[in-house]
Design a protein around this ligand. Structure first.
Ligand code: IVH
Length: 679
């Protein structure tokens, strides 16, 4: 080594380190909107990198952070692949196969016994998420592909980069030029539950299980939202040419040394007994893991032996999965009660002797409808099987033989013929499995349900008037239908328990603001059966006022896109009902918008290049609508305020943190009216 290189080396090191650090910061700043370095520090480091690059021209690299400005294209149209899809489709270097699987321990034993004697078997947990294939070139993560159809997948690298345990770069000189690591992307239970809770609050559909949630998350166009949700990944398979190690286990241990997240639950087994013990152990122990697993994977350890065993068309012969059976418990069906939903549907509910299932106590399960009960042939006093599979909601899947194990003396009654809430005679619409209470305007859960729908975010968006308050005001006789909302007085509300003058005033402000909600949303808010948000918009486009809509015939309504005979009939029936007409008259008198030109759908580039944060609550449109407007006009709706934010579309009650940040950074607040003016 000459003297010169000895002096040079630490600076070359520094140059490499700075490139990496600044590259990461760029991503955090521009894509995630969550920088972890001050601007000043960033600038200083960038200058230092420029100096070092000038000093070592041989280290020029076109991809250095000095050579390009950071970009926040992710999520905008520009990021889209050339084929117009949200993600680039890439052919897998090696097809992504699935695994042969079995629920039977006997079959697994069989499989092990058939292997040549002395073969080592690696047992691993089977993670229940989505498979991902990570490509590393010269130690740098260059692609992250979903399984797709097994032959080609989507490159979701920006989303994968939000997972803290996945290295973007491996700084070692003993790594192969190219290798691929495959594994499973998961949303940990805790994150899954928090996400669903949040979605429930925002009236968004819930994810049935963590796998669906992870899948939905990985397909998002906004890596910041992906980062916020908190995915994790476990890696279990390394592929490539000239890789180190002669066994699968060695390769995974190497990957762990390189910094990859490899499960600790991997075990090399030498006998059927060892394998079966592993299965038995994890069958219970897996319930304590932070992520979902649905089985055990057995793999032949020796790579040469793997090759000898080879593949079938779809699966390797050197591996098999044992799937855990869904957890089932037998318990007593004490009683069937009937719940009336917001739309009048009567749902039978099984009330069970509490039983422990997959870590939670289960005491209720839905029985769906009358046919379901008949199919299962169950009645109170039976011992029934309750199952919890990959889904969160437990279900009843059958019953034990009827013998004297059941308890006697329970009242067995058929499906009710009258509504358990209001006593009205139930009806069953032909072709539907559900019994329904037809007393829409007199049945308490239906009345409250209608009011809850009316005030909901996508309808009239009256904040403060939540489920509990509605219930309270209903109990007191102050709210019996949607029109009563506009007759509420400050003292009526403030007199209620838990509701002070301040929250009462908030509610009244919300009610006042709802008077400028456009006609299409009012139509949706009325809660005419099957008239959802989109259908309401389409109807309002054709019928510019309630007065014209009121006289529309089924045939005329059917001419509207999306409106079939069933919806049309529901609309006609709605206007045939005198109670409804009375309510509509009162709403109109209160000042609710019963007419209005449909808003032309804006498409322009008026907001092109602008990053806009939406904050607070609005009178004229919902947040979702504003988001759509921003996008339709070429702008970008971003989640958090940074110095890149062009302006904030600020509604009422804007969060104090956002306001402070906007003040600090000198970012303009634009009111709702100003914004609409702008467009
Ligand atoms: S190995 C060629 N190991 O299960 C073998 N797969 O049903 C490649 N999975 O698509 C897969 N945990 O998404 C392997 N420890 C594990 C696994 C695992 C979960 C998933 C994977 C695969 C599916 C097969």
């Amino acid at each position: 080594m000459d003297l010169f290189s000895e002096i040079e080396e630490p600076e070359r090191e520094e140059l490499r380190r700075l490139r990496k650090e600044l590259e990461e910061q760029n991503y955090k700043y521009y894509v995630l909107n969550a920088p972890t370095m001050s601007d000043r520090e960033f600038d200083e480091k960038m200058h230092r990198l420029q100096d070092l690059e000038a000093l070592f021209p041989d280290m020029f690299d076109a991809s250095s952070p000095t050579q390009h400005v950071g970009s926040d294209l992710a999520g905008s149209g520009k990021r889209k692949a050339e084929n117009g899809k949200a993600f680039e489709t890439v052919k897998h270097k090696y097809p992504m196969l699935s695994l042969a699987n079995s629920y039977s321990r006997e079959e697994i034993e069989e499989w092990v016994r058939k292997l040549p004697t002395g073969v080592e078997i690696v047992c691993e947990l089977k993670y229940d998420g989505l498979s991902i294939s990570l490509w590393y070139e010269h130690g740098v993560l260059v692609k992250a592909l979903t399984r797709g159809d097994g032959q080609q997948g989507d490159n979701v690298i920006d989303n994968i980069k939000t997972i803290p345990s996945i290295p973007w770069r491996i700084e070692r000189n003993d790594i192969p030029q190219f290798f691929e690591l495959r594994g499973e992307v998961l949303l940990p239970w805790e994150r899954f539950e928090a996400l669903n809770k949040e979605r429930e609050e925002q009236e968004e559909p819930l994810f049935a299980n963590p796998r669906n949630a992870a899948s939905g998350t990985l397909k998002l166009q906004d890596p910041r939202e992906v980062a916020r949700r908190g995915l994790d990944a476990y890696l279990y398979y390394m592929l490539g040419e000239n890789l180190p190690g002669k066994t699968h286990f060695e390769r995974l241990s190497t990957a762990r040394e390189w910094g990859f997240h490899i499960s600790e639950a991997i075990k090399v087994c030498h006998s059927v007994d060892e394998v079966m013990n592993y299965i038995a152990y994890w069958d219970t122990e897996r319930k304590n893991l932070p992520v979902a697993t649905d089985g055990i994977v057995l793999k032949v350890n020796n790579l040469a032996q793997q090759e000898e065993l080879g593949y079938t068309a779809k699966t390797p012969r050197w591996a098999i999965a044992y799937k855990f059976p869904a957890e089932k418990q037998l318990t007593l069906l004490k009683e069937i009660t009937y719940q009336v939903g917001r739309t009048g549907v009567v749902t039978p509910v099984a009330n069970l002797e509490p039983v422990q299932l997959s870590g939670t106590m289960v005491q209720r399960a839905t029985l769906h409808n009358e046919d379901f009960i008949k199919q299962l042939d169950i009645r109170p006093g039976d011992r029934v099987w309750v199952e919890k599979g990959g889904e969160i909601i437990p279900k009843i899947v059958g019953r034990a033989d009827r013998n004297d194990e059941g308890i006697s003396g329970l009242v067995v009654s058929g499906f009710p013929t009258t509504c358990p809430e209001c006593g009205a005679e139930l009806v069953r619409v032909e072709g539907e499995a559900a019994w329904r209470c037809p007393n829409e305007s007199g049945c308490p859960p239906q009345i409250k349900g209608k009011i809850e729908h009316f005030v909901s975010r996508k309808a009239m968006d009256i904040e403060g008037l939540g489920e509990e308050t509605i219930d309270l005001l209903y109990q007191k006789g102050l709210l019996k239908n949607i029109a009563d909302i506009y007759a509420l007085r400050l003292e009526d509300i403030a007199a209620q328990e838990r509701l002070g003058e301040k929250s009462a005033q908030n509610i009244l402000d919300g009610i006042e603001a709802s008077k400028s909600v456009p006609w299409a949303r009012v139509l949706f808010a009325l809660g005419i059966r099957m008239v959802g948000e989109t259908t309401a918009k389409k109807i309002a486009k054709k019928y510019h006022s309630i007065d014209t809509l009121q006289w529309a015939t089924v045939e005329q309504l059917c001419a509207i896109d999306d409106v079939g005979p069933q919806i049309a009939e529901n609309i006609v029936k709605y206007f045939d009902d005198l109670t409804n007409l009375e309510i509509l008259a009162r709403l109109r008198q209160a000042g609710v918008q019963m007419e209005g030109e449909a808003e032309p759908e804006p498409t322009s580039d008026k907001l092109a290049g602008l990053s806009i944060v939406i904050s607070g609550t609005f009178a004229h449109h919902s947040r979702d609508e504003y988001k759509a407007m921003i996008e339709a006009n070429g702008g970008k709706n971003v989640g958090s305020v940074s110095k890149k934010t062009s302006f904030i579309l600020a509604g009422e009650n804007m969060g104090p943190e956002k306001r402070k940040k906007a003040d600090d950074l000198g970012i303009r607040l634009v009111t709702e009216d100003e914004f609409l003016q702008m467009l």
